[in-house]
Design a binder for this molecule. Structure first.
Ligand SMILES: Nc1nc2c(c(=O)[nH]1)N[C@H]1C(S)=C(S)[C@@H](COP(=O)(O)O)O[C@H]1N2
Ligand SMILES: [Mo]
Length: 197
């Protein structure tokens, strides 16, 4: 029995749900550890490593081009949510505001609270990735990663760092929090890249 909160995907949605996933009703919260509380007046976002170091304030981020996004969300613990509506800044637009060295092949996403997750530069620079600060038209709640999170729709959602506050550009791959604890280094849901063993 899956219980009333999860449904087997049926009909036209069936081919949008990756293997081994079920649809969640509502939007579950999945956080490891404490939920950091950061006000936008104190919020800072840094880039470093193989990039010209730069610090952004909330106002700096808000001055970047804003877009609306609709994306499906797949957690490795086997729930998916379709058609999540967000507002924020495309990663490709953000990249126009920084200078990254050509040898950068990997990115470490850093967060308030100490969570990290790794991603290759190719997976990071995809058109559909974005920094989100609104969810369904409302400012992003703290439990879903407010004031700002990353969303990487084509990978399992542990790559979508909540409370993101920095990007470290790397030449060689390093592993983030879940990746060091047995999760797959890439995490592509259609290939069920769940674990590294
Ligand atoms: N900083 C941080 N980001 C995180 C996590 C976390 O524990 N800390 N959990 C990840 C996991 S496993 C998932 S499934 C999604 C959950 O996002 P949600 O709580 O908004 O549903 O956030 C990801 N980003
Ligand atoms: Mo997850």
């Amino acid at each position: 029995m899956l219980g009333k909160f999860f449904q087997k995907p049926t009909g036209e949605n069936a081919n949008r749900v990756p293997p081994g996933q079920h649809l969640a009703s509502g939007f579950p919260v999945l956080t490891y550890g404490e939920t950091p509380q950061v006000n936008t007046d104190k919020w800072e976002f840094r880039v470093w490593g193989l990039a010209v170091p730069k610090t952004f304030t909330w106002e700096d981020f808000m001055a970047l081009p804003q877009s609306d996004f609709t994306a499906d969300f797949h957690c490795v613990t086997r729930w998916s949510k379709l058609d999540v509506k967000w507002t924020g800044i495309k990663v490709t637009d953000f990249m126009e505001a920084i200078a990254v060295e050509p040898q950068a092949k990997y990115v470490m996403e850093h967060c308030y609270g100490g969570y990290t997750t790794n991603i290759s530069i190719d997976d990071f620079l995809r058109e559909e990735n974005f920094f989100a600060w609104k969810l369904f038209g409302e400012p992003l709640s703290v439990e879903h990663g407010g004031p700002m999170r990353l969303v990487v729709p084509h990978l399992y959602a542990w790559k979508s760092a909540k409370w993101i506050n920095g990007l470290e550009f790397l030449e060689n791959e390093e592993l983030g929090f879940w990746e060091r604890n047995g999760y797959h280094r890439r995490g592509e849901p259609w290939a069920e890249e769940r674990y590294s063993f």
